[in-house]
Structure formats: C-alpha cells, structure tokens
Design a protein around this ligand. Structure first.
Ligand SMILES: Nc1ncnc2c1ncn2[C@@H]1O[C@H](COP(=O)(O)OP(=O)(O)OP(=O)(O)O)[C@@H](O)[C@H]1O
Length: 744
C-alpha cells in the first residue's frame, strides 16, 4: 500500500527539550532510507555499510545465515572501514568518547561519540540534562579524527588478543563532531506536529484545536465529572493527558451526543467522502442480484462471491474477521478498475449486525472515523481510513482501506513470536504517535491490543529454525509457522476498531478495554481517560518483546497481584484511598463487581492488596496455579525483559531500572570483561552485547516504566513519550537487516 512516511528532516531535538521536539514541516521521503537526519543518500549508504561492518560480530550468525550480508558488505567497504571491521572487537567506550584500539600503530583513530553515551549518571530521569557542550552534535556519524595523545588511561586487558596493558586516549572534543549510533528504521523517527487539528465540538461544529493544555480533568465514569481529587473536595489533580478541549471544571457530565437520525447518517461522513458517492448507495438496484443473507442474530451470513451494495458494487472475497459488532469482509470494489493502483480495488467492509444496539454503536464508530478522516485524509497517523459508509438491508456498512493481518495473527503464525528490537521501536513510535493524534482530537481508543493493530505489508523473510527449536513449539504454532522464523520486511502498522472509542467528553462506561490491556484505574473503578491508552500500548510493546501476553489473566485479583509484581511496587496508597472514598460515597459509575472482586481484597487500614488470599483461619486459599503464574511466570519488568533478552545477547545483559544507565552498563561490562579473562573466548562469545545495544534496551524499559505508572495522572502522556530518550537510539538487528535488504 502506498503510504506517506513522514520523516523529520530537521536535526533531532534532545529528549530534554520540551515542545520544540515536535519537528517542523515534514517531508515525504522514500521509505528506503534509514533515518539519518538530513544527510544525502550516498552518505546514508556509506554509513549503513559502516554500521554493518562495525556490528558484524554482533549479528554474525543471523546475518550470515539469512542474508549473507557480511561478506558482501565488507568486500566493497572503503579501506578504513574494512580495517575497522577487522578491529571492531577492540572498541572501547568511555563516558565521553569511545575510541578504537588497534593492535598495530595507527595514525588515525575512529572516534565514536554516541550521543547516547553521553547520558549522565542522572539518566534514570529522561528529562535530565546531558553532559554535552555542543547542542548540535547529535548527528549520527563516524568521523576520522587524528589521535590526541592526552594522558593515557590504563585499562584492564579486555580481550584475549590484547593481553597487555591497553591505552585508551581521550581525544580532544571536536566542535560539531558527528557521532555514530546504531541505525533506526524510518518509522522510528516519524514526526508529529501538534496544534494543527480541528475537532468537532459538542454541537458537532468544527472548531480549531486549541493549544494543548495540562488543565485537563481526569474523567470519571458515569455521571460524575469531578476529578479523583475533586471527589474529596481537595485541590484538583492535573491530568497530564492532553486533549484539545478546555474542560469546564467540576461540571456535570455533558449530555450524551444526540445520535444522528438514520437519514442523516450519510451526511455525517462529511465532504471528504462525497467523491466516493457517485454511485448512490441505494440498495434497491442490486438487491435482486444479491444472495446477501442475515442470520437470526443479525449477522451477515458469509458466502464467497456474494454481491452487495449499490449496483452490485462489492464482491465478497474473504472473511477477514468476525467480532461482536459484525463481520469484516475483504471485497472487490467495482468502482475501480481491476488492477487499480496495484490491487487497491480491494477494500475491507465492516458489515454491522442488523440489530438496533449495534447500529447505534456503529454510529459512534462512524463519528470517530469521520473525525479521523477529516484531520488526516492521507492516513499519515496510522489510523484506519474510512472510504465510505452506507446502509444495506439494515446493516450499516463501513468501507475502509484494506490492510494485512493483525500483529496478533502474525505472532501466532511465527515460529518465534518475538519481534526484533528495531521493529518494536518502529511499531511503538507509530502507535504512540497515532494515539497522540487521537488524544489531540479528544478521542480515546480504549481497546488497543495486538488484534486491533494491522500490518500494512505482510511480506517477510522466513528463516528455518533449528529442529530442536521447532520441536519445542506447540503443535499449533509449529503448524502455523511451518518451523520458520518470520521477520517482516516493513513493520508499518495501522490501528483499527474504533467501535469502543469515545470522545473524552462523552459518557464513559465503567469497564473498558480487553482484560489483558486494561489499566489499573479501570480495574480499581477510579474512572479513566486518555492514560488508559498508554497503559494498553505498554502491554502491547512488552508482548512484542516476550512473544506472549504480559497479563495472561482472567480475573481482577490475579490481575492486580500481577500488576504489583511487574511494577515491583504496591499500588500507591493514595489511589487506593480514593477507591475506598469513591465507593463509600457512591461517586461515579463503578463496575458492578467492584466490591466483590476488588475492594474486598484491600486492607482498609494499610490500603494494601491482600494477596495471596487467605481465609478467616489465615490459610492461603489462592491456588497453586495462580501463585505460580504471579510469582514464577512473571517478574519485575526490567528483570523479566532481561531474562528474555539473554536469549539474544547472552547471560550478561541484566537491566536494573533502579540504576542509572552508566552504572548499569559498567556493571555489565565488568562482568563481561571478567568472563573473557576467566574463560576462553568461546565462553565470552555468548555475550553479544555492546553498550549501544544495552542502552537501547535500557531506555526502552525506562519508557515502559513510565507508561506503566499506576497513577494515571502521573503516567507519561503520548506527547511526552514521543520525546523520550529511547526514540533517539537505534539498534542493529535482524529487523534492520531485513529492511535494508528488501528496500535496496
Ligand atoms: N481494514 C481492515 N483490513 C484488514 N482486516 C481488517 C480490517 N478491519 C478489520 N479487519 C479484521 O477484522 C477483525 C475484526 O475487526 P474489528 O475489530 O474492527 O471488528 P469488531 O467487530 O469490532 O471486533 P471485536 O468485537 O473483536 O472488537 C480484525 O481483528 C481484523 O483481523
């Protein structure tokens, strides 16, 4: 599918810069360039060569097996790069600079001064200022520098080849020095420009979007629109989620939007859709030819080659999905020539159940899709694009662009469900940016999950997995994957299913989201707003790393116990206090089972969760299975993800989110050096980790931690998440290699 990929062409702003990080007008750049700020193509290619060379050992197995890149790349590298390749194992990095150590005399030295390496020791806080004198030196590049022999530092020997004392010098810092970091996919650098959109107000009039304000109130469910703090008549809490509206403080919930009469439904689609309406959607013209049938539950009965729509416009070709609301069909749209734009005469049509309840719900979905379309007619913000809507035999039909399978289905059909880091970053960027766009429009998605994230381009490379690995797969996965590890060529995604999405000023049902992706404020009945989407995205991102659901739970108590375990901390007592207060004063519209499944498990005095559950005699009644799921199958998030990363990088990677990045890295590094000294090189070879790769994962986990903040008013917003340090970092892995290989 042709998609516009927006790539910020301005210099990257630093994570600690505030709104200025939103880039200016973005250019459309062809998707075959790894993001390299504003450097031209040839340099891009050279840089990529260098990066591949430098990381050769890191990826040697995978790249050799699947892509045969190393030999090919090195054969045409410039001489100094080949030399670098030969000696890449001798890279050492210190806080300020890194230099390549050579075992033969050299006249030049490659300085690698990664902006990420400059993170100071306070970098647990992403807003901390950097130790960096030059505000402009964050471009990623290698630059050959003459060696500056300042006082050499003697380091412990660091490789078997370098048994003797090794000198590491501190080269003089060059102004405007260009630095190198590992590459990112273009999708990881998609820019976002706020203050741009217009949104409908409560009377459906389009008003210009006001500047984002932090003076937003956290919505409560039901008829109460007070903030959590407001419930207690204390100072109003500022919810950091942004939205385009100034919410009238302490007002009762605005009346629900009147649902449009059916006759005006078509008008609701807006002017941008009119061009699609040349074939008027009157059903009568085609109904005689159609076999279109509806069952007793109001569901369309799927039959291949069914024809429906005005003039027999749509031919049913496949059933893409079936949900509560209806069926989603892959159809040929006869409005277009058969080979229109490489098969873009195919569309997805969501045929809503012919039941009043679902028809009404579809109208809400329609209003959301309409707002999205009006503000992003090109679909640059990764949201499902509505092409048309019509009513057919009492079924509302939503015609949208057709995308590939969902991330969930892709994972199920993959021998290794985990995604490469570069793809996780690209997907994260798209999701967060898309949600930032939605939140700016006042829309909360409420049901973000892998099933609702579709892949645009399903093409991939497939590597054969070792027999032993294949045998360890479940029968279902073995059959679905055919024993192969699939890596997408391009991890572009789209968010779908706006059936549960709402405008922030509308009625909030007490329970939203699919259980595994449900934020704590929903479970605790505190009321919810924009931050719930951030929690859901965080759950999705972890799922991409570990290859399975982070919260494989079905009930509240275990869910809460697991949340505490994963965050490594109990729920903050102030939010539990609010939960009790809300319940006591019957504020808001709580889940019906709140008392019996949530509140009763908290101790009123200590405001702590009583888990494992005990009976009156003090005996543990929590089942062994449940204990195992909470205590053994998961762990504090940094530890849990580190365990998974060991599969790729060896035993030494051990991320501790309580340590500053530099300190964490030096502990890991000294462990690796020690291992190399004690053991043979083969033992050390299991550690395929360098500092930049470590930093990539460290900052990823840091972002997750902020997204998993229990208190929704303190949880990172989508806008702030886009400015997080992690999005300045790259990684060289199979995902980058595949992308590069296929885009060339
Ligand atoms: N535009 C599309 N292109 C390709 N597949 C799609 C598209 N839209 C939906 N699907 C498929 O149909 C499935 C159901 O779509 P959707 O989630 O919108 O329906 P739903 O009735 O709201 O489902 P649920 O009840 O699960 O929320 C999706 O998971 C996806 O696999």
């Amino acid at each position: 599918m042709s998609q516009n990929i927006q790539i910020g062409t301005r210099k990257r702003s630093r994570a600690n810069m505030n709104n200025s990080t939103t880039t200016g007008p973005a250019d459309n750049v062809s998707a075959n360039k790894v993001f390299l700020d504003s450097f031209e193509d040839t340099r891009t290619n050279n840089l990529l060569d260098e990066m591949f060379a430098r990381q050769n050992s890191f990826l040697s197995d995978n790249l050799r097996n699947s892509l045969d890149l190393n030999q090919a790349e090195n054969s045409h590298l410039p001489r100094q790069h080949q030399r670098q390749h030969q000696h890449q194992h001798q890279l050492f990095l210190d806080n300020e600079n890194a230099i390549e150590l050579d075992d033969e005399p050299r006249t030049t030295n490659t300085t690698i001064n990664n902006n990420t390496i400059n993170n100071n020791n306070n970098n647990n806080n992403n807003n901390s200022s950097r130790v960096d004198e030059d505000a402009d030196d964050d471009i990623i590049f290698i630059k050959e520098q003459p060696i500056q022999f300042s006082s050499p530092l003697i380091l412990p020997s660091s490789s078997s080849n370098n048994a003797a004392n090794t000198y590491i010098t501190t080269p003089k810092k060059f102004k405007k020095q260009r630095t190198i970091s590992l590459p990112q996919l273009p999708l990881s650098k998609l820019s976002y420009q706020s203050n741009y959109f217009s949104v409908p107000d409560q009377n459906n009039a389009i008003v210009p979007r006001v500047t984002q304000t932090e003076n937003e109130l956290l919505h409560l469910t039901g008829s109460c629109a007070k903030t959590l703090e407001g419930n207690k008549a204390v100072n109003l809490t500022i919810a950091h989620s942004t939205s385009p509206f100034y919410n009238p403080p302490l007002q009762l919930e605005p009346p629900p939007q009147p649902l449009p009469p059916q006759s005006t439904l078509k008008r609701q689609i807006g002017s941008s859709l009119r061009k699609f309406k040349s074939n008027s959607s009157s059903e009568s013209a085609s109904s005689s030819k159609s076999n279109f049938k509806t069952d007793k539950d109001g569901h369309y009965v799927y039959q291949e080659n069914d024809v429906f729509g005005s003039g027999g416009r749509f031919i049913v070709k496949d059933l893409l999905g079936q949900g509560t609301f209806g069926k989603v069909l892959k159809c040929i749209d006869n409005k277009y020539e058969p080979n229109y734009n490489n098969g873009q005469n195919y569309v997805a049509v969501k045929v809503i159940r012919a039941v009043d309840r679902y028809r009404e719900a579809a109208k809400t979905e329609l209003r959301i899709l309409q707002t999205i379309l009006e503000n992003d007619p090109q679909g640059q913000f990764q949201c499902l694009l509505l092409r048309e809507c019509f009513d057919y035999k009492n079924h509302i039909c939503l015609v949208t662009d057709l995308y590939g399978k969902s991330i969930y289905d892709f994972m199920c059909s993959n021998g290794i469900a985990r995604f490469p880091g570069s793809h996780i970053q690209a997907i994260a960027r798209q999701l967060i940016r898309s949600v930032c766009f939605l939140h700016d429009l006042g829309i909360i998605h409420t049901d973000l999950k892998p099933e609702n994230i579709l892949i645009c381009d399903e093409t991939h490379i497939a590597q054969n997995l070792p027999t032993k690995t294949v045998q360890s797969l479940s029968k279902r996965r073995r059959e679905a994957s055919k024993g192969k590890h699939k890596i997408l060529n391009n991890p572009e995604v789209k968010i779908i299913d706006f059936g549960s999405a709402i405008f922030h000023y509308e009625y909030h049902p007490p329970v939203i989201s699919t259980r595994h992706y449900r934020a704590p404020e929903i479970v605790l009945g505190l009321g919810w707003s924009f931050p719930c989407d951030i929690w859901s995205i965080a759950c999705v991102l972890v799922e991409l790393v570990i290859g399975e659901s982070l919260y494989p739970i079905h009930e509240n108590l275990e869910h809460m116990a697991m949340m505490q375990r994963i965050n490594g901390t109990p729920f903050p007592t102030d939010i539990i206090d609010k939960m009790f207060y809300k319940s006591k004063h019957k504020l808001g519209n709580s889940p019906s089972d709140l008392n019996s499944t949530v509140i009763k498990h908290f101790d009123k005095k200590s405001l702590t969760l009583q888990w494992p559950e005990k009976n009156k005699r003090g005996e543990t009644v929590t089942t062994e299975k449940s204990m195992k799921r909470v205590l053994q199958s998961c762990d504090r998030l940094d530890i849990y993800i580190s365990k998974i990363l060991k599969l790729d990088y060896g035993d030494s990677i051990s991320i501790n989110w309580n340590l500053p990045a530099e300190k964490n890295w030096s502990l890991i590094n000294s462990k690796m050096v020690w291992k190399k000294q004690i053991h043979s090189s083969s033992a050390a070879a299991t550690d395929r980790l360098d500092k930049e790769t470590f930093l990539f994962w460290y900052w990823f986990i840091d972002l997750l931690r902020k997204m998993f903040e229990f208190d929704p008013t303190k949880r990172i917003t989508a806008k702030d998440a886009l400015d997080h340090e992690w999005f300045n970092l790259g990684i060289l892995d199979d995902g980058i290699a595949t992308y590069n290989n296929t885009q060339g």
